[in-house]
Design a protein around this ligand. Structure first.
Ligand SMILES: [Zn+2]
Length: 81
């Protein structure tokens, strides 16, 4: 299983074939995991990935499952399972 590698930051283009873009706005995007990528925090396969360059983010609702958070120097990543 391929894990998201954050050691050199996160560039969605590195995973273009493995992630499906669901939503995008100025500073953030939501992606679906379609190739069994594993979470950089817990190692389990994740369901959705949210990536943001914004300083602060608000979520209107929370998923039921586990949530993992990871970061690079520029980005915040939230992964749901
Ligand atoms: Zn995780």
């Amino acid at each position: 299983m391929t894990s998201l590698d954050l050691s050199n930051g996160f560039d969605v283009h590195d995973y273009r074939a493995k992630l499906k873009l669901l939503r995008q706005d100025a500073g953030s995007m939501s992606l679906a995991n379609r190739e069994g990528l594993s979470c950089p925090a817990c190692g389990a396969e994740f369901d959705r990935l949210f990536v943001s360059d914004d300083e602060a983010v608000t979520f209107d609702s929370a998923p039921n499952g586990p949530i993992c958070v990871a970061r690079t120097d520029e980005r915040l990543l939230v992964l749901t399972h």
